[in-house]
Each structure stands twice: as C-alpha cells, then as structure tokens.
Design a protein. Sequence first.
Length: 94
Amino acid sequence: MFTTVLPVHKGFEIQTYIYVSRDQPGKPAWKGQGYDVSVRIFRAGSEPDMLNSRIFPLPRSLSYDALGEARRAGEKHGRAVIDGSILGQSVSDM
C-alpha cells in the first residue's frame, strides 16, 4: 500500500495541489505553460473535509515551470499561512 506523508507545521498538515496554469487554455503544460498551486491546510491526524480544512491559492502571478518548484512553493506558502504571515489568509479559527 502506498502512503503519502504530508508536511506538518505547528499541528497542521499541508496538502499541495498543482495544476496546469489556466492563463492559456488548451496549451499543454509541456509547451511551457507552467503550473499554478493551491494548498489545503487541516489539523494533523484529521481527515480533511469542508468543515475542518481550508484551501489557499497562491497568487496567479506566481506560475511555476517545474513540478518540484511548484510543490516547494506550496509547502512554503502553507507554512506562511499557518504562521499568520499572509494578510487575509489564516487558520487561527480552525
């Protein structure tokens, strides 16, 4: 059985979502379109659902050329949200 280990920061798990950039519809990612990123944050050990998790997209101006770069940016953004470093994005009431 395959098990994915998610990064944990201050009691929250960070799940990164990477998808083909929507800036140029129909153009495949391998043609240089890039990737957009969102992160889902939820309490460590709980099952994420609509009530106990939140999804935070990274700014669309930050499109990434490589999957690894996008994954690292997502984890960094998730940690910043948990730390309260991003205006308007918070997990303080979770």
